[in-house]
Every structure is written in structure tokens, then in C-alpha cells.
Design a protein around this ligand. Structure first.
Ligand SMILES: [Zn+2]
Length: 287
């Protein structure tokens, strides 16, 4: 696999930008495990949506997987807005939501995802809209960066398992494989949340606000996970079912989560269930 310095730098910059308070731990991880990030083609012999880790230090991803995580954040945001607007009457205007989900599926399935027209109303992947004029788009974009950060940290934990000798390995039992997935999910969520207070203290900002943003980022990661496993939400030999992964994610986010954040996320999942009645529904609605 081709070594691209710019790709290594982009991942480092993204993770450090998300959690500046963890710079020394990120440095230690990089020094000890030397993860190598490989931007692979949009179609490989292993499939189309690539985001995995193997061979002790190789993390692989493609433009397609990153594009999908980015788009999923805007799908989540649109779902929340549509369900929130129709909550009182329980009449949801989901035309736009459905069209974004359709684009998502096309990008997932197309041989060349660049041939799928990108929605005019959304920023291109990696482009941050103006924080003053496009507040909502900006919020969804920032949450998308957390969601892809979570996914990358998940893969880094696989590398750590492999080098530490704690990986299930490709021939582990189903339970061992699933346990490793849960462990990687947990590592990524904890890494993002654990030292919020330290960051807030050093920046002189309100820790609860920082925490709320990061929790929302993780909720968007859980939504992206549902989208990436669309219509195959049950377990496989290698992966636990999506709902179990989301439930565990929610447990880590814990009881401190802001009610507003939960409400937003709950509404995104409700919108998805309007198209896919069997989609994961991690929340119970008690209003
Ligand atoms: Zn994994």
C-alpha cells in the first residue's frame, strides 16, 4: 500500500484538533504502535465501503466511507429537524430526509461514488460552512468530524489489540470477534469524552458545553453506524448487531448526556424508522 505523508498528517491533525487535551497520549500511541493510514480505492476486492484495520498497523479507508460518514451527519440533522417540526401533530414531512437517504444509498452502491450528484444544499465533505450564516450546517459538519474521528479511533484500537496480543484474530470465535468490536467502540468513545474537563479548564470554557458537543458527535457516530449497516442491522460472524453497539455507546455517553442532545438523536432515529421500520431504535419515547 502506498505511503502518503499527507494522509498521515491529515488524520493526525483531525484527531488532535478534536481532542487537543490528549496530545501526549496520541503521541504515545503513534510512537508505540505506529499506525499507518492508507487511503485506498473506492472499489477494492474487499468491497466498496472500506474502513478497517489489519496486519498490525494498517488502517484502511476510502473516500467513499468518509463521504458516507459525512453525509450521515446531515441525514441525522435533517431527520431531527423534520421530526421536531411535526412532533405535535405526529405528521412528518420527510421528503428531503428521504432524498438524502437515497443519495446515501447511491454513494454506497455506485461503482464510482463521484458520479452520484452531491446534494446542492450540503457542503462538500470536509468543507466547513460559515459558523455565523449557516449555523445548522456548520453544526452537522462539526459533528460529522467527530463521527469520523470516532471511527478512526475504533480502528486504532484494533491495531493496539493486534500488537498487544489481545486481538481475537481473524479466526477467533464469534464471541471473541464481537468482544473486540465492542472494545474498540468503547475505546473510541472514552477517548473522546474522558478528559473533557481538562480541555475545558485549559481553554477557560464551560465543560458541560464541550461535553455536550462531543456527546452529540458520538450520537452522530452511532447514527452513521446505523446508516453504514443499512438493511443488515443484525449480527454477523465478525460484528455484533448494530443496536447492541449503539446501546453500549449510549452507556458510555452515560447519564450526563443533555436531554436536548438525546432528543435530537432520538428524532433522527425516528425519521429513519419511517423509511425502515426495522432500523435500530435505541431510544424509548416517553413524551
Ligand atoms: Zn472494528
Amino acid at each position: 500500500m502506498e505511503f502518503r505523508k499527507d494522509v498521515q498528517e491529515a488524520i493526525w491533525t483531525q484527531l488532535l484538533g478534536l481532542m487537543p487535551e490528549r496530545e501526549s497520549e496520541l503521541k504515545d500511541l503513534w510512537e508505540k504502535y505506529q499506525p499507518k493510514f492508507n487511503l485506498v480505492e473506492d472499489v477494492t476486492r474487499d468491497g466498496k465501503v472500506i474502513l478497517d484495520a489489519g496486519l498490525y498497523r494498517e488502517v484502511r479507508f476510502n473516500h467513499r466511507s468518509m463521504k458516507l460518514i459525512w453525509l450521515a451527519s446531515f441525514v441525522a440533522w435533517e431527520g431531527y429537524c423534520a421530526v421536531d417540526a411535526g412532533w405535535d401533530t405526529q405528521q412528518f414531512e420527510l421528503v428531503r430526509f428521504k432524498s438524502l437517504v437515497a443519495v446515501f444509498k447511491k454513494i454506497m452502491d455506485a461503482d464510482d461514488p463521484d458520479t452520484v450528484p452531491w446534494p446542492d444544499s450540503l457542503p462538500r465533505p470536509g468543507t466547513l460552512p460559515d459558523a455565523t450564516n449557516d449555523v445548522q450546517l456548520r453544526a452537522a459538519a462539526e459533528l460529522a468530524i467527530f463521527a469520523s474521528g470516532w471511527a478512526l479511533l475504533h480502528e486504532i484500537r484494533h491495531i493496539k489489540h493486534q500488537q498487544d496480543g489481545t486481538s481475537s484474530g481473524p479466526y477467533g470465535s464469534k464471541q471473541e470477534l464481537h468482544d473486540e468490536e465492542f472494545s474498540c467502540d468503547a475505546f473510541a468513545a472514552e477517548f473522546i469524552l474522558e478528559q473533557v474537563e481538562q480541555f475545558a479548564g485549559s481553554e477557560g470554557v464551560d465543560a458541560s458545553r464541550v461535553r455536550q458537543k462531543r456527546e452529540m458527535g458520538l450520537l452522530h457516530a452511532m447514527f452513521a453506524l446505523s446508516m453504514l449497516t443499512i438493511e443488515r442491522w443484525g449480527d454477523s460472524v465478525s460484528h455484533p448487531d448494530t443496536l447492541s453497539r449503539i446501546h453500549r455507546g449510549l452507556n458510555i455517553i452515560g447519564t450526563t448526556v443533555e436531554k436536548d442532545s438525546l432528543k435530537c438523536s432520538c428524532m433522527s432515529f425516528i425519521a429513519l424508522s419511517a423509511i425502515y421500520p426495522n432500523s435500530p431504535q435505541p431510544f424509548t419515547v416517553d413524551e
